[in-house]
Ligand binder design. Structure first.
Ligand code: GTP
Ligand code: MG
Length: 665
């Protein structure tokens, strides 16, 4: 695209900067449009206000969020910023990606919840929020936007900006936050730091960044190797150039030290001694232990309570503090019921602070009591009340999960941004000792004014080696995706498509299989659009057990002839449980629990099933995507089983016949 640069500009970046300046100086035609004019007004209102009075007192604090697409290196960067800022002793051994402290985060190698920390040297405080990059956890990024005054946008020097880079940058620019660009992983073979920087600037232009935002300082380096530099040609040293850059370029918090105390709860923490802790940036005034504050609740009510403890973040923990001062990010205990998005103020006359708009959930799943035979044997918490209480507790700290009762007793509708987000919740619950049944994700349908069904659509970006392109396009076509753009990129092809969220369910797994792991994809919610019609996302049927008992090698060998098995000899199996995949589209009843009749000629191994291939074991995420609408996943602390919703074969047949005659649901 930069083949012919305008005269006088040596690099695409120079050219883009000049273009951006023209927009603001008024020499460009585009300035005449109302959108451009409003952009100018916004820029003026953001940066030409009397900052001096707002900034003056909080000079020793900076508040930043680290944002990026998944795996671009945010948490690794935080490790190195903490160490460079003196958070750890020189000889202290700290595990990699220390901020990923949840068990599931460690196991999956991804960040799930946004977390706070801080770097302190002298009286300087840099409060840092590490955020997740996976699209399903996007609300975690949205909710911290009001806590910070700037963002460090991390971009992989090889992959360049991806779907979630666009999402998080858009949110940050909309909030008027000051960005710093970090081109990470320049140590990677074939990385292209300068090229990727240009792509980031293109994205800034596309997202209507203000002039000041567009002029974001850039640092190049490697979080893994612990260095960043302001120019690619500079010698590599350490993290100090970036740390100093953050200090210099991110403005001190806009906060009024002399006003009455005000704080928006952007997160909720928990401490065994003091209970719930409201965390957020103090927007004005200060508070100390023992002060009386008011909690402005979402429902309009006001609750009066005393501050019992104040916390500050430091390295990997929260420490007690004497005072919550304007501009700082603190935790305040004393409000037992506080929720994210609520305001703490010194006066009951005050008005609540507006929280950021959180994008709504797009998918929903049923959670219900486990009514499979053998229920209650493997879990501690199995009742409807226990499941309901746990789900309600989740909504208190996880703002993008919504839970509602359904018409059926013991069945709850849980909505979220994506299947992975719900799978993480189910995984946490089974680790805590819950047993429950979960359904396949369904997209949340809306009706337009004419009463027509609309469903969520996403923009899908895929990068695959050339030889897999036709297979990917065929699959997209079957899933009712439409191709938007296709172009070569290095040795691969970049495909952009529009596809329904429904059509995307299970696609990542298919892409992995189809491309032997060489395909990379990311997606971004686009809009609600007309219902796309039926989409077949699974072409195979299942092998369903007709018996309850224990799987035997002898009978499973017979079942294995029919398809791929999900169970092994010795596994507990019940009537209606799915024990394998039938390559044909229908469900095949099988008996996997039969004992072999004694004969004089025993074939060695056939009782133990030694000749059986290992069973296909589903991860929870895969199981949730795999099941059809008449099937469920049974999740217990020890097992993940698949089953038919209706276990009894006669009843199942009767209901199916009824559905067929009434034209289906
Ligand atoms: N080569 C190289 N690898 C890096 C660098 N920084 C991070 N990584 C690796 O990239 C992977 C992802 O790093 P994370 O720090 O977890 O990335 P993240 O952005 O926090 O990921 P999410 O929080 O899940 O979005 C890990 O395997 C890191 O070791 C780097 O500078 N160079
Ligand atoms: Mg991370």
């Amino acid at each position: 695209m930069f083949a012919a640069l305008p005269a006088g500009h040596s690099t695409p970046t120079d050219w883009m900067r000049a273009a951006r300046c023209r927009v603001f100086r008024g020499s460009d035609q585009r300035l005449q449009s109302p959108a451009r004019a409003s952009l100018r007004t916004r820029a003026a209102s953001l940066y030409l206000i009397s900052d001096s009075q707002l900034y003056s007192m909080k000079d020793h604090i900076r508040n930043i969020a680290i944002i990026a697409h998944v795996d671009h290196g945010k948490t690794t960067l935080v490790d190195k910023l903490l160490r460079a800022g003196g958070a750890f002793r020189d000889n202290q051994v700290v595990e990699e990606r220390a901020m990923d402290s949840m068990d599931l985060e460690k196991e999956k190698g991804i960040t799930i919840r946004a977390k706070n920390t801080s770097v302190r040297w002298g009286d300087r405080i840099i409060n840092i929020v590490d955020t997740p990059g996976h699209a399903d956890f996007g609300a975690e990024v949205e909710r911290v936007m009001k806590m910070v005054d700037g963002v460090v946008l991390v971009v992989d020097a090889y992959e360049g900006p991806q779907a979630q880079t666009r999402f998080v940058l858009r949110k940050a620019l909309q909030e008027g936050l000051k960005p710093i660009i970090v081109i990470n992983k320049i140590d990677r073979d074939h990385s292209d730091p300068a090229g990727m920087h240009d792509k980031v600037l293109e994205l800034f232009l596309e997202l209507d960044a203000t002039e000041d935002q567009f002029d974001a300082p850039t640092y190049y380096g490697s979080a893994r190797d612990g260095y960043f530099k302001a120019n690619l040609a500079d010698e590599k040293t350490d993290m100090m150039p970036l740390l100093e850059g953050i200090w210099t370029h991110i403005p001190p918090p806009k906060a009024d030290p002399d006003g009455p105390f005000r704080m928006l709860a952007s997160n909720i923490g928990y401490d065994d001694y003091v209970g719930r802790i409201a965390m957020g940036k103090v927007l004005s005034g200060k508070a100390s232990k023992g002060d009386t504050l008011y909690l402005m609740r979402k429902d309009g009510s006001k609750v009066r309570a005393k501050v019992t403890r104040i916390f500050e973040y430091s390295a990997l923990q929260m420490n007690s503090s004497e005072i919550a001062e304007a501009g700082n990010i603190v935790g305040i205990a004393g409000f037992e019921d506080v929720d994210i998005g609520e305001t703490l103020t010194a006066s009951d006359e005050d008005v609540a602070i507006t929280f950021v708009d959180i994008d709504p959930p797009t998918i929903s799943m049923e959670f219900s009591v486990n009514d499979s035979p053998g229920a209650g044997r493997e879990g501690k918490y199995v009742t409807s009340r226990q499941i309901r209480d746990r789900l309600m507790r989740e909504t208190k700290t996880n703002i993008s999960i919504h839970v509602s009762d359904t018409d059926l007793a013991g069945v709850f509708a849980v909505s979220a941004r994506g299947a992975m987000q719900i799978a993480v919740l189910v995984e946490q619950m089974r680790r805590e000792g819950f047993e429950l049944l979960v359904s396949r994700p369904n997209v949340i349908i809306r009706r337009n004014e004419a009463g027509e069904r609309h469903e969520p659509y996403e923009t899908l970006y895929i990068e695959v080696p050339e030889e897999y392109v036709s297979g990917v396009l065929k699959s997209l076509n079957e899933r009712k995706g439409t191709l938007v753009d296709m172009k070569p990129h290095r040795t691969s092809t970049l495909i952009e498509a529009t596809i329904t969220t429904r059509g995307l369910i299970g696609f990542e797994f298919e892409l992995m299989n189809m491309t032997s792991g060489h395909g990379v994809m990311s997606h971004l919610f686009k809009e609600y659009g007309p219902w796309a019609g039926a989409i077949a996302t699974r072409t195979s049927g299942t092998l369903v057990s007709m018996e309850t008992g224990v799987g035997t090698g002898y009978s499973l060998e017979a079942c294995a002839v029919r398809g791929k098995l999900f169970v092994a000899p010795g596994d507990y199996i019940y009537t209606g449980m799915i024990v394998g995949e039938n390559p044909r589209a229908d469900d095949l009843p099988v008996n996997p629990c039969k004992e072999k009749h004694l004969t004089n000629f025993r074939s060695a191994g056939s009782e133990k099933g030694d000749g059986l291939p290992p069973p296909l074991k589903f991860s929870l995420e895969r199981a949730i995507e795999y099941v059809a609408s008449d099937e469920l996943v049974e999740a217990t602390p020890q097992n993940i089983r698949l089953r038919k919703r209706i276990l009894d074969p006669n009843e199942r047949r009767r209901v199916k016949k009824q559905m067929d005659t009434s034209g289906g649901a």
